[in-house]
Design a protein around this ligand. Structure first.
Ligand SMILES: [Zn+2]
Length: 183
């Protein structure tokens, strides 16, 4: 089977891993990744498409059946809400993960709990887009923020000046209390 015969939304993982070049790649409009879109602040059509790639691998195992692996990577750029000034902030999001596929949900759950690898049950119809979307969601920054916010913040504002441009009397008083002298 040639790679072009495989549908990334309904991937027969074992057949894909055994196929000649076992590589699928392309781009998806961000709008097709609805959960990711709902985590961003601008309309999806202004956002960068998701660039992705999935590679299958049959890994030889001494004295046993070869293991079936799927290696995924994806990247995009989304706008998030800055947690400091609440304005949009752009964030590059990149995800890369390998999955080992085994027969049966139970075996997968067992192996997954005591292995550093991600283990999934082998399926003849894997939605690679959903898998990659999960990874991108995990890769979103937890506290997105600008390095330097575009607008001054309320608590970052300079001490208020009185109308003649001298420091506000209360500011001068505060400086005195801190042990400094007003100019
Ligand atoms: Zn900000």
């Amino acid at each position: 089977m040639k790679t072009r015969d495989f549908d990334p939304l309904k991937l027969d993982v074992a057949a894909f891993a055994k196929s000649d070049d076992a590589l699928l790649e392309g781009t998806w409009p961000l709008a097709e990744l609805e959960r990711l879109v709902s985590s961003t602040v601008v309309p999806a059509n202004e956002a960068t498409p998701v660039t992705w790639r999935a590679r299958g691998e049959l890994r030889a195992v001494r004295g046993g059946q070869p293991q079936i692996w799927l290696h995924t990577e994806a990247s995009t750029r989304v706008m998030l809400e800055c947690q400091r000034c609440l304005m949009p902030v752009g964030a590059e999001v990149m995800a890369q993960r390998s999955f080992l596929f085994v027969h049966g949900e139970e075996t997968a759950a067992e192996l997954d709990s005591d292995s550093e690898d991600d283990v999934l049950a082998l399926t003849r119809s894997l939605d690679v887009r959903e898998l990659i979307e999960d990874e991108l969601l995990l890769a979103l920054p937890i506290v997105p923020r600008h390095e330097t916010c575009p607008q001054p913040l309320l608590d970052g504002e300079p001490e208020p000046l009185s109308e003649d441009g001298t420091p506000h009397p209360f500011a001068a008083l505060a400086a005195l209390k801190r042990g400094g002298l007003p100019n």
